[in-house]
Design a protein around this ligand. Sequence first.
Ligand code: GTR
Length: 365
Amino acid sequence: MIKMLNEMIKGLHLPALLEFADGSPVRNAEDWQKRRKEILDLLCREEYGRRPSDPPNVSAFVRETNENAYAGKVLEQDIMLSAEAEGTIFSFPLKVFLPKDTVDPMTIVYIAFRSDYPDRYLPVEEITDEGFALAVFCYNDIAADREDDFTGGLAGILKKGKERAGEDTGKLMMWAWAASRVVDYLETGKDVDLRNIAVMGHSRLGKTALIAAAYDERFAFSFPNDSGCSGDAITRGKEGERVEQITSRFPYWFCPNYRKYSGQEEQMPFDQHFLVAAIAPRCVCAGTAEEDTWADPNKQYLSYVAADEVYKLFGKKGFLHPDRLPEAGDIFQEGTVGFHLRSGKHFHSRYDWQRYMEFMKKHRN
Ligand code: GTR
């Protein structure tokens, strides 16, 4: 039924998802759990770097509460969250927005570019009006998004003064680790529906949203918006940004090992469908934009097409889509995997938000 796309995928010569590193087949959902572990280890080693260990608990200090935010509809809390990272306490600010009229709201953990909300990517009131809670932090409060030699924040704690090498943690992984601490915090209360927590981000933070959900099964949904290169786009044959560009402009996003694949994509023992598949059987729904050729929407789409076989192992609907490449205006939301291609540029728009909220309502656990 999806003959044309299958041919296209065959032509890319992707590393196999349903085959263990030793060549033996992955036959069922139980095997997949072991294979998933292999994949997560591989992505740490070769792309994103070692994942810091999970702390035993987090503590929260509520700095300010506004019980009547947004015309009185929202409870807004300004919190300082603290967690142990490799033996040192690390703290960062978190904002929580709870819609007062909704019992047990589904929650979106949003990884933001800026620390003043709402902002152009984050229309807080439009989201809480739909009955969603939001838990938001700014990535720069975790580790600065610039070449600072890993001296500040979580990066400073992890670097411990050594030269970075091999599989040392990159910043995408650090931001993803922080998203998990937000779930630790949500789990300490009774304010939200813990079975329906999503993680979302745009662009570099879309990559982060995929990593966060791949490594933490408490995220029932991942919403990577325009995540592109080293996010959801297949690297082999990719147009626009490639490993060479991304690792020379943003080496600190990754572990030093990733750079060796610059111009050598065919040698990678993985591709980005591995990251998507590590989220299975949970939900993932991606947003892409027609003019975002730097991200390459076709290669983004093919990642989900390729990851679908893992969903099928679980008897899930997986990715339901026609046998063709995506067109602007396409919205595929009937399966466990969702996808939309909107017209326009690289941006986290209201249109994207509406699609993600729609998807979450359809697939609520
Ligand atoms: C670009 C980068 C993309 C994407 C984007 C963003 O410069 O090349 O991979 O992450 O930044 O985060 O806005």
